[in-house]
Structure formats: structure tokens, C-alpha cells
Design a protein around this ligand. Structure first.
Ligand code: BTN
Length: 243
């Protein structure tokens, strides 16, 4: 179902699932969002010319590694973009897709437990047709679009379909919320935007290492390596001191 304008496709899909937990929902898409939501309570800039959609994934709820869903979502989108546009994108742990050092796509995953059923929602916003000159000044240098990078903009329905098919295969066919796959972990590491980059995490400077089979990422703080399971890693070059 595609709408010209919604507040947020994630919110709309969540409300539908909550009001009819037994029904089957798949995808809600929109041409524009007036209240696009990002991680950590942020807003997501969603003008016309983007591809915004949310897909529901019913799961049992007792899978061994549900948080891995976010990384699988990034991988599914990155693969779809390469398949349809040739773009060699990278996945920025845990939830963004980058192209040429800038954010091309944001992903917000959410979980709903209602009426004895569990759904995961994968919400994807791809900057597709936005022209370079229309990128707001505060996002310039951080955000890009397919068009701004001189890439073809695929048919939006085809892009959504491919993303959803790719994620279906990873979640259901390969059962990667329960099973570990060295091949998938290798692919995630090959596509890892942060690998080897200096990052700022919870007041400390570190260097990003590999993504692990449980979805965590290693950070080297001096001599000490830690597994990070959640939060935000800011590449040092992106960090702006408040003074
Ligand atoms: C982020 O950058 O922190 C994640 C952004 C996720 C944006 C997508 S657009 C479709 C879906 N609906 C939303 O409100 N958010 C997600």
C-alpha cells in the first residue's frame, strides 16, 4: 500500500498491527513523510524524491538473536541497491547504508509484542531523487542520494520489492535470527563502513574492529577490546565538539 503522504510509515504500520494483531500486514510505503522517525528519537528528513517504506516480519518472538535483524536489514537494502543501481554501498553499524562516505539510507527497526504475536518492523528511507543542491545545508557533506551520486534511480516499487525479498530470504529462508552464518558475517565485515575508523563512543575514543556473529561490533580502546551491542558510534571526523 503506497500513500502520497504519511506521518511515518513505521508508526502507521505499528498502529495497524496493534489494532488488528491477528491480521497479516506486509508493506506500507509513502512518497513523503511529515514525521519521519530515526533512531534514538531523532527525526528523519523525508522530502519528496525518497523511497520510504516499512515492512512487517512476523516472528515467533523467542529467536536467539533478534537484534541481528537491524544488521540484516542493512544488508538486504545494500544488496538491493547494488542489484538495481550498481551502487557499491557500505553498512554503517548498526543501521545505516552509506555511499561515498555519506548516508544514503537510514533504517529504523522496531519490535511489537501484541495479542500473543511478535512482529519486527523494518523501516527504510532511501534518498533517491533528491538533487545535490536541494540537500539542506545542515546535512550537506553527511547525506547523499542516488541522483546526487550520478546513479540511476530505480523504479521505487521494484526497489522496495527487492529489499523485502532479500530480507525475507535472510530472516526466513536462512533463519538468521536463530542460526549464525560465517558467510553473512564476512559479507557484513566486507561492507562495514566503520572498520578501522577512529570512533567516539560514550565519551571515549576508540578504533572500530570487526562485526561479530552476534551482531555486536568490536572497538579497541587503547589496548582493551570491547564488544558493543548498542548505541551510536560517531566517526571522529563527524564528531563536533560542543565548543
Ligand atoms: C535513522 O537514520 O536513524 C533511521 C531512519 C529511518 C527512516 C525510515 S523512513 C521509513 C520509516 N518510517 C520512519 O518514520 N522511519 C523509517
Amino acid at each position: 500500500m503506497t500513500f502520497p503522504v504519511v506521518g511515518s510509515t513505521n508508526t502507521q504500520l505499528k498502529e495497524k498491527i496493534k489494532s488488528s494483531p491477528g491480521a497479516v500486514f506486509d508493506v506500507i510505503a509513502a512518497d513523503t513523510q511529515t514525521g519521519g522517525r530515526g533512531r534514538l528519537g531523532r527525526s528523519f528528513y523525508s522530502p519528496a524524491g525518497g523511497v520510504y517504506f516499512s515492512a512487517a516480519y512476523p516472528i515467533a518472538g523467542n529467536e536467539k538473536n533478534v537484534p541481528f535483524f537491524t544488521l540484516l536489514s542493512g544488508l538486504a537494502v545494500s544488496r538491493a541497491l547494488e542489484e538495481l543501481t550498481g551502487a557499491k554501498t557500505l553498512v554503517k553499524w548498526p543501521n545505516d547504508v552509506y555511499l561515498n562516505g555519506k548516508k544514503l539510507c537510514g533504517i529504523l527497526t522496531e519490535r511489537i509484542d501484541r495479542g500473543g504475536r511478535t512482529h519486527l518492523i523494518c523501516g527504510v528511507g532511501v534518498n533517491a531523487e533528491i538533487k545535490k543542491e536541494d540537500i539542506p545545508a545542515e546535512l550537506a557533506g553527511k547525506m547523499t542520494s542516488l541522483r546526487a551520486e550520478g546513479l540511476p534511480v530505480p523504479d521505487k516499487t521494484a526497489l522496495i520489492k527487492r529489499c523485502v525479498e532479500n530480507l525475507d530470504a535472510l530472516v526466513y529462508e536462512k533463519d538468521l535470527l536463530n542460526e549464525t552464518s560465517p558467510d553473512i558475517v564476512s559479507e557484513l565485515n566486507e561492507k562495514s563502513f566503520l572498520f578501522g575508523k577512529p570512533v567516539f563512543y560514550q565519551g571515549r575514543n576508540g578504533v572500530c574492529g570487526r562485526i561479530n556473529e552476534d551482531g555486536s561490533i568490536n572497538i579497541l580502546f587503547g589496548e582493551e577490546e570491547k564488544r558493543i551491542f548498542s548505541g551510536e558510534l560517531l566517526p571522529i571526523s563527524d564528531f563536533r565538539s560542543p565548543i
